[in-house]
Design a protein around this ligand. Structure first.
Ligand code: AMP
Length: 400
């Protein structure tokens, strides 16, 4: 199966080829024909599966094929975070660069002037976060009467982040007659209820149950004391000559502390979390993508969906409380078929979290027990069978 087999128009095929894509991912292969048939879609998929192109490509094609397009916003893509909104708009720019479709992105935390100017020029595809969208709708800059396609992205995250009422308010302004594409990584009852409210006879597409994405990632586990984690992180970054590491901490304060320690130790790093301004977050992300930073230290909400092609390592500096989050985190590496490495630190207070994660992924995370900051054997959760040593550069694990 190639992109050509999906009956895409030439300008889109050209853009996809220029991006170096040859084969559609499973969600693209299954969703693109359905969206082109103007079906409503219920997609169960997370970022990293090629979800953005799965909706962006057929939407661009549907708009490009319109003989006498009406003026006004035709497509609204609602997504929970600023980072995701920017990435989606960038993807639309990439896949649509040989079409004449206009697009823009709006999100909060920055001045609205640039955004309202873009809206005044008239656009076809609007990507937005809920708060700024409602704000600009209330100010009269946005009218959704001409809308033809509505995409709700990361619906479960909307719920987690407390945006569900904003989302419902937006929905109340949409024309009844429209095509709706609904994406969520998980389908808890409240999300299914929302989906049934929004969708008419939807086609259902479910790709790679989350746990299967972990198989291609080289995972390892280090037991260590809480206070030794920064040193262990530094040791591994230096020893394994890591160029790009996304480091997850549980708290914003924890993220700042790690950055302070790494910076003091000569590792270029920055934090992204909700207390940072939008500009600071975007700068940190750009610096990381451009290789100016070795480590980006993040909390889950800020990092969800961050798309960095060259990311080689993900560190679970703190294990997450919700086991699914472990899969979302390590899914930031090993994207689109590339190899990735995920390293988890477990301190003495995190044995329950570790057990839950291993239950979810259905296997033990390979243990590296020869390292400079171990905990005494008796303080480990239980006797674990030693993990098969994996091929890695660590002198502590090589052949011992
Ligand atoms: P997404 O799930 O939309 O966040 O996409 C994850 C990553 O996969 C992005 O870096 C895309 O550029 C990349 N990608 C999407 N579709 C393909 C494809 N068919 N072939 C190769 N890479 C892809």
């Amino acid at each position: 199966m190639t992109f050509k087999d999906l009956n895409l128009i030439e300008p889109i095929l050209k853009a996809v080829t220029a991006e170096g894509y040859t084969t559609p991912t499973p969600i693209q292969h299954r969703s693109i024909p359905l969206v082109l048939e103007k079906r409503d879609l219920l997609g169960c998929a997370q970022t990293g599966t090629g979800k953005t192109a799965a909706f962006a490509i057929p939407i661009l094609q549907l708009l490009s094929n319109q003989k006498q397009p009406k003026r006004g916003i035709k497509v609204l893509i609602l997504t929970p975070t600023r980072e995701l909104a920017i990435q989606i708009d960038e993807s639309i720019a990439t896949y649509g660069k040989f079409t004449h479709i206009s697009h823009t992105v709006i999100f909060g935390g920055v001045s609205q002037l640039h955004q309202t100017n873009a809206l005044k020029r008239g656009i076809d595809i609007l990507t937005a976060t809920p708060g700024r969208l409602l704000d600009l709708m209330n100010q009269g800059y946005i009218n959704l009467n001409t809308l033809e396609i509505f995409v709700l992205d990361e619906a479960d995250r909307m719920l987690d982040m407390g945006f569900i009422h904003d989302v419902k308010r937006v929905i109340s302004h949409l024309p009844e007659k429209r095509q709706t594409l609904f994406f969520s990584a998980t389908m808890p009852p409240e999300i299914l209820k929302l989906a049934s409210m929004l969708l008419t006879n939807p086609a259902k597409v479910e790709v790679t149950p989350p746990t299967s994405t972990v198989d291609k990632i080289d995972q390892s586990l280090y037991h260590t004391n809480k206070n030794d984690k920064p040193e262990l992180l530094l040791h591994l970054i230096k020893e394994q000559k890591i160029q790009s590491a996304l480091v997850f901490t549980r708290t914003k304060h924890g993220a700042d502390k790690v950055v302070k320690f790494l910076t003091k130790s000569g590792v270029k790093s920055a934090a992204i979390h909700g207390n940072k301004s939008q500009n600071a977050r975007q700068n940190a992300l750009n610096d990381f993508k451009n290789g100016k930073l070795t480590a980006l230290v993040a909390t889950d909400i800020a990092a969800r969906g961050i798309d960095i092609d060259e990311l080689s390592h993900v560190f679970n500096f703190d294990l997450p409380e919700v086991p699914e989050t472990y899969i979302h985190r390590i899914g930031r590496t090993g994207r689109a078929g590339k190899e990735g490495v995920a390293i988890a630190f477990c301190d003495l207070e995190q044995h329950t979290e570790l057990r839950d994660i291993e239950k979810l992924i259905g296997k033990r995370i390979p243990l590296i027990d020869k390292h400079p900051f171990p905990v005494p054997e008796g303080a480990r959760p239980e006797k674990r069978p030693p993990a098969k040593p994996q091929q890695r550069t660590s002198r502590y694990s090589r052949g011992r």
